[in-house]
Design a binder for this molecule. Sequence first.
Ligand code: PLP
Length: 381
Amino acid sequence: MTSSRLNLIQESATLAIAKLAADLKQEGRDVITLSLGEPDFDTPDYICESAIDAIRRGETHYTPSAGIAQLREAIAKKLHTDNGLDVTPDQVLVTPGAKQAVFVAVQAVLGEGDEAILLDPSWVTYDACIRYAGGRTVWAQTDHDFMPPDIKDYVTAKTKLIIINSPGNPTGAVFDKKYLEDIAEIAIDNEIVVLADEIYEKIIYGKKHFSIGSFEGMHDHVITINGFSKAYAMTGWRLGYMAAPAEITRAALKLHSHSVSHATSFVQHAGITALSPDHGSIDAMVNEFKARRDILVGGLQSMGFDCRKPDGAFYLFLDVGDYGGGDYVSKRLLNDAYIAVTPGSAFGPESSDFIRISYAASRERIYDALERIETTISATG
Ligand SMILES: Cc1ncc(COP(=O)(O)O)c(C=O)c1O
């Protein structure tokens, strides 16, 4: 009874783990959730206030499908100032969450049989979007530091898209400029579109973030995705955007207008406030994430794990190949230690030795988790 195209897609692994963890919590277990991709901070007050003001002003009606003009202008300005991109408000499409932007962008570019290059590991949703478009994912294995390989080796006459995400989910890796320049050159030479998902751009520890869309000659080749969920702790508000060459934005808008219509009206107004000077909330959040990262990495290293320090986002991708692999270890951690993490197999075919640990949890919970990991995993190795 269901569509064959949807049979190509699995349920999101992160949401499936969240459901299992919720079931255990329901049974009264003290579950430590290290599987979610969301900051555990509340949305800053001044952003909440601006949404409430917008509701009171009556900003509760339909808006233009692509988003209200003031927000699209604010986004174009942000992309210019922060990222060095040269886009007009018309090239911006505001969506309910960056996830929706990724979905419509991929559908806008890929057709039946087209190939998209995806780094292994990558965030779960990209592969699902590619499959739904009728495309084929060509996995490109990252190196020991989760940096991209030579992408040229994966390009064929059918390649239409390369997806990159830096700082990245699930590894926290931040790509150096040199890697991005290599990808840019390949995209220009082969007429390939690059989708750059920059949602973790602000959650970065000391390294510099580069936007590939700002590189010479890339203006007509890049779809930049970003959103408000991570930097402003606005996951539940559902607000994100894409900026792309006008032809791609127009194509994505067709699907967007016939599906979700537009992002919630008063949430768009809160988005304008979020993009104004940020009152220091991002710095405070990033400093806290950094402290948690250091606790987690230090604790795991002292247990003997070969653990690289991630430079961004709030994830650690840990090699547990010596302990039975990612699927086994994540099940064991959930059932024996009541810790929810995500198995690496969700992120790519060659990542099954890993688990993804999200450190968007309090320091206290991270210390608890380290103790439980030590007793369940390393003690029995
Ligand atoms: C890499 C990446 N892109 C996009 C998203 C989607 O974010 P949003 O909440 O804006 O849909 C996520 C969320 O986990 C993510 O990890």
